[in-house]
Each structure stands twice: as structure tokens, then as C-alpha cells.
Design a protein around this ligand. Structure first.
Ligand code: ADP
Ligand code: MG
Length: 337
């Protein structure tokens, strides 16, 4: 299992398309890092550069601390699984999985290695079947088997679940997490699905336009987004973003105007929030996660709460909870992307 580092890596495709822009990232041996971002933000390009399938325009790729920009793909000991699992249609599961081993040493008996891999993935029963006789999820498992059979020192997964239905996606993502942890192998996992990213990675790197916006544990990215893009991209339901103006009264408790309503924050500002002082009197964007708000009458207010009046527009029943849409008269902030 290996360390993967990108230092100031840029990728410019023909016609001056800047796909990755001075990206730096250090991945520790055995770590599971998710690259998350909207389509076209450069995720696949990053993976392909790590794999050696795409030249690096400038910057450095280090594998275990060694400069690897020019190391041929076959010598990197990395396995890549793509969104479109390309299994050989005329080969059985057994033959597909053993293929990388046969290429290495044609005469070798691979039965045991393939069986062990199949056991890890729970596909022992599928080894005799052709890809056409497998469901999407089964095919993706066979493709994973083919990738891990050589015990690569790192695992690169490019949206491996995006062709599967929602139920299977949820199940397989848990399996992938368990499997890679069991193998203890460094994994870089690319997805545009924030729920998938949140549930999988030790760390999540949120990308936009070829630039990492924030990297950290999922919880941190969710609770302390570094900018409005990250706040809006991560989390279901989408965070409420409201335009507001801030004013500081004498006791240090912040006043925030939402449209015509003024609320006073129940506590004085913590040092964390000192940065807000710079923006006093200016328009700001307030991000409010739905679970941080509750519906209550003014009499039910707790001392730690602030009251924002609103009218319930619509209640969305979701089984274990309900999502209540409330109009407060405040202006929603616009977010790009
Ligand atoms: P993602 O995987 O996040 O969807 P990609 O890495 O595939 O993003 O693409 C990043 C950007 O680079 C996009 O603007 C895409 O159109 C462009 N791009 C990707 N591959 C090529 C290529 N082979 N030639 C030219 N432009 C490309
Ligand atoms: Mg992609």
C-alpha cells in the first residue's frame, strides 16, 4: 500500500482546457480519500494522471515519495476501476478475473488466487458465467475482482457505482468500504454523489473547476464548509442559504437582518466567528442546515435559540422524518454550480 502525493499538479488539454489547476493532495498509505465534485470538475483527470494514463502538464506526482511523473502505467502497481466496467464479453467471470495474472505469467495456475478474490467479493457462484449472464451489480463485482486479484498497492475507482440502481449502489458502497479497509490498501474514489462521498471516505476532497475547495473528514466538510460552494454541494436536503445583513450591538450579541426580520443571536460571538466582524453592516450569506432549525411557537423558545418567523408552505413526508418548507420573507442567496 502506498502514499500518493500530488504537488501543484496542472493538466491542460488541447485548446487550453485547464482540467486540473495547481492541485496539491497528500494521501497516506492505507487511506481512503474521495474526490467529490460536479461533472467536469477534473476528477477523472486526476485519477488518470495518478494511473499514468494521462500526462501531467506541470507539477509532480510522488508515489511513496518518489517522483513518478514518467513511470509507465504498468509499473505503478495501481488498479483502476471505471464507471463502464469493461469486462471481456466472451470470457467467464473466472477468466475475466484471472486475465491480469495470465498476462503476467501465461502458464500459471490462477485457480486459488481467483477463488480467494471471488470469496472476498461474494461472487464464488458467478465464476462460470459470462458477463451477459450477470446483473449490473454482479458485473461490477467481477470488475472489482479483476482489479484486486493482483493485490495492487493502490486502488483507483472512478464512479464505479454510477451505472447501478439506487438500492444496489447503497449496498455496494458499504461493501467497497469494508473490502478496501480489509485489504488496507490506499484508495482514491471519485464520485459526483455527495451522499456516497460522505459515507465512504476517511477524507473527502471537494473539487470545483479543477481546484480542491476543501479537504477533510466528511463530518468537518459538512459542519464547517469553507465556502458557499462546499456548503451547497454537500448535504441532503440542500442547506438553506439566506441573504442577510449583520450588525453588532454593544453586548457582542450579533444582530442579523433577514429581509424585514431582525434576530439576535442568543450567545456572544465565539472567537471562531471573529471573522464576521469584518463584514459588519455588509450583506452576508447565512447557511442554515434544516436539522439546525425546528418549528416552534414563540412561547416555546429556549434560551439558546433565535426566532425567525415564517409561514409553512409545504410538508414533505419522508418516512422517518418530514421536511417542512417555510417561507420567512428572507431572500434566498444565489449559488453558482
Ligand atoms: P470529471 O471526471 O470531474 O467529470 P474530467 O476530468 O473528465 O471531469 O474533465 C475535466 C475537464 O477536462 C472537462 O472540462 C472536460 O471536458 C475536459 N476534458 C476531459 N478529458 C479531455 C480530453 N481528453 N481532451 C480535452 N478535454 C478533456
Ligand atoms: Mg469523470
Amino acid at each position: 500500500t502506498r502514499a500518493i502525493s500530488l504537488r501543484d499538479v496542472t493538466k491542460i488539454y488541447p485548446r487550453d482546457v485547464v482540467a486540473v489547476n495547481r492541485l496539491s493532495l497528500d494521501i497516506s498509505p492505507g487511506e481512503f480519500v474521495v474526490l467529490l465534485g460536479p461533472s467536469g470538475c477534473g476528477k477523472t483527470t486526476v485519477l488518470r494522471m495518478i494511473a499514468g494514463l494521462e500526462d501531467i502538464t506541470s507539477g509532480e506526482l510522488l508515489l511513496d515519495g518518489e517522483l513518478a511523473n514518467a513511470v509507465p502505467p504498468g509499473e505503478r502497481q495501481l488498479a483502476m476501476v471505471f464507471q463502464h466496467y469493461a469486462l471481456y464479453p466472451n470470457m467467464t467471470g473466472q477468466q475475466n478475473i484471472s486475465f491480469p495474472l495470465k498476462i503476467e505469467s501465461p502458464g500459471r495456475d490462477t485457480t486459488n488466487q481467483v477463488r480467494e478474490t471471488a470469496r472476498l467479493l461474494g461472487i464464488e457462484d458467478l465464476l462460470d458465467r459470462l458477463p451477459a449472464q450477470l446483473s449490473g451489480g454482479e458485473r461490477q463485482r467481477v470488475a472489482m475482482g479483476r482489479a484486486i486479484v493482483r493485490r495492487p498497492s493502490a486502488f483507483l475507482l472512478d464512479e464505479p457505482l454510477s451505472n447501478l440502481d439506487a438500492k444496489l449502489r447503497t449496498r455496494l458502497r458499504a461493501e467497497i468500504a469494508t473490502l478496501t479497509r480489509h485489504l488496507g490498501v490506499t484508495t482514491v474514489y471519485v464520485t459526483h454523489d455527495q451522499a456516497e462521498a460522505m459515507s465512504l471516505g476517511d477524507r473527502v476532497a471537494v473539487m470545483r473547476d479543477g481546484v480542491i475547495q476543501q479537504i477533510g473528514p466528511a463530518r468537518e466538510v459538512y459542519q464547517r464548509p469553507e465556502n458557499v460552494f462546499v456548503a451547497a454541494f454537500v448535504g441532503t436536503p440542500r442547506i438553506n442559504l439566506l441573504r442577510a445583513a449583520v450588525h453588532a450591538p454593544l453586548d457582542g450579541r450579533l444582530n442579523i437582518d433577514f429581509g424585514t426580520q431582525r434576530i439576535q443571536l442568543p450567545q456572544p460571538l465565539s472567537p471562531d466567528h471573529q471573522m464576521l466582524r469584518v463584514q459588519m453592516g455588509r450583506e452576508i450569506t447565512v447557511g442554515l442546515r434544516s436539522e439546525a432549525a425546528r418549528i416552534a411557537s414563540p412561547q416555546e423558545m429556549r434560551p439558546t435559540e433565535a426566532l425567525l418567523n415564517g409561514v409553512v408552505q409545504h410538508v414533505e413526508f419522508q418516512g422517518h422524518e418530514s421536511l417542512v418548507h417555510v417561507s420567512t420573507g428572507a431572500h434566498p442567496a444565489r449559488v453558482e454550480g
